[in-house]
Write a protein that binds this ligand. Structure first.
Ligand code: IMP
Ligand code: MG
Length: 181
């Protein structure tokens, strides 16, 4: 079957969430954002690299008046398991009194998102919420509130739609999960 599997090194990834389902998830999230921020301007903080494709669809679907900043965070390196150490790169951004919407691809241990939120608090925004395409609730190691979650998934490694394994697989239209580990 076409596009059902994708291989990276010795790992076989199997199609898990179709692009059609992803579109539905993104449009539901966009509708929530649109109704919650109806007449307000927002500032999106897109967490690179994983969230860039998700963000580009979500931001256009929501249609809110906005500013967009790109920030970067990495905790995974090249491994399938989070390293526990989060490296952040948040350039000088002025978000004082702004409504911040962090756009992230996936919450796993929660450390990345928590590190980002902690770093932003000092910049005195009006509000901060997070929107994540995917969440692995069973993997959570730190307490972090995620106001908008697209879909909860089991503890398995996924690629596609911006998410990578060793920088590969970001271009895939569907989401794939690892089959053999
Ligand atoms: P956390 O800090 O453990 O919550 O990990 C979150 C970050 O790890 C995300 O921003 C992703 O970049 C990456 N990550 C977590 N799980 C996956 C996965 O299944 N596939 C690809 N990247 C992942
Ligand atoms: Mg990421």
């Amino acid at each position: 079957m076409k596009n059902e599997i994708f291989q990276i090194d010795d790992y076989i990834f199997q199609k898990k969430i179709s692009s059609k389902e992803i579109s539905k998830i993104v449009s539901d999230l966009a509708n929530h954002l649109r109704s919650d921020y109806a007449d307000e301007e927002v500032v999106y903080l897109v967490v690179l690299k994983g969230a860039f494709i998700f963000a580009s669809d979500l931001i256009r679907a929501a249609g809110l008046k906005c500013k967009i900043h790109l920030i970067s965070a990495s905790s995974y390196g090249s491994e399938l398991k989070s390293s526990g150490k989060v490296e952040l790169n948040i350039q000088n951004i002025d978000i004082e009194n702004e409504n911040i919407i962090i756009i992230e691809d996936i919450v796993d241990s929660g450390r990345t998102l928590k590190a980002i939120i902690d770093a932003l608090q000092g910049l005195r925004p009006k509000s901060i919420v997070s929107v994540c395409l995917l969440s692995k609730p069973a993997e959570r190691k730190v307490n972090v509130d995620v106001q908008y979650i697209g879909k909860e998934i089991p503890s398995e490694f996924v690629i596609g739609y911006g998410l990578d394994y060793k920088e590969q697989g970001r271009h895939l239209q569907h989401l794939y999960s690892i089959k053999n580990k």
